[in-house]
Design a protein around this ligand. Structure first.
Ligand code: CA2
Length: 158
């Protein structure tokens, strides 16, 4: 079955590739999204739908919409990681697996970045591997779907 994956980027990530490459790498957001779409299609036959929001409300509204169509979510909540209980609540309300991704290793940076309000609402967290962290998140979702399908009765051999 074709899976639809929602990759959603939080505030300021539209600036990727323009500033702070030492923290966030040299690729633009469009380049990262394109790589994920190509990989997901060729390796698993999945569709990746990517969006970016600078505002908390629109980000939460996009997650509410994703309840109707997505099979999994990969989110980089950006700065809202460290501030937003509302975003955490929206993620908690999703009945599908969520993987939180950070380009930088937030635990090697300023103390205020060490706390993630959103992480507890995620199935898992990946941080510090740059854009490749999004690939790892897709791999994690593939493992999640495969392990669930293997344990459903219809997939069992007689
Ligand atoms: O490491 C990450 O992916 C972060 O989620 C990025 C956030 C930061 O607030 C988190 O602590 C960690 C910031 C995203 C800002 O992105 C920029 C990209 C280029 C230039 C300026 C900002």
């Amino acid at each position: 079955m074709t899976k639809r994956i929602f990759v959603v980027h939080g505030p300021n990530l539209n600036l990727l590739g323009e500033r702070e490459p030492e923290h966030y790498g040299a690729l633009t957001l469009a380049e990262i999204n394109h790589r994920l779409q190509r990989l997901a299609q060729t390796r698993w036959g999945w569709q990746v739908h990517a969006e970016q929001y600078n505002g908390e409300g629109p980000l939460i509204a996009a997650l509410h919409r994703a309840r109707t169509w997505a099979h999994g979510v990969v989110i980089n909540p950006g700065g809202y990681t460290h501030t937003s209980i509302a975003l955490r609540d929206a993620l908690t309300a999703l009945p599908i697996p969520v993987v939180e991704v950070h380009l930088s290793n937030i635990h090697r940076r300023e103390t205020f970045r060490h706390t993630s309000y959103t992480a507890a609402a995620a199935w898992g967290v990946i941080a510090g591997f740059g854009w490749y962290g999004y690939v790892l998140a897709l791999e994690a979702l593939a493992h999640y779907f495969a392990s669930r399908e293997a344990s459903t009765p219809s997939a069992q051999k007689p």
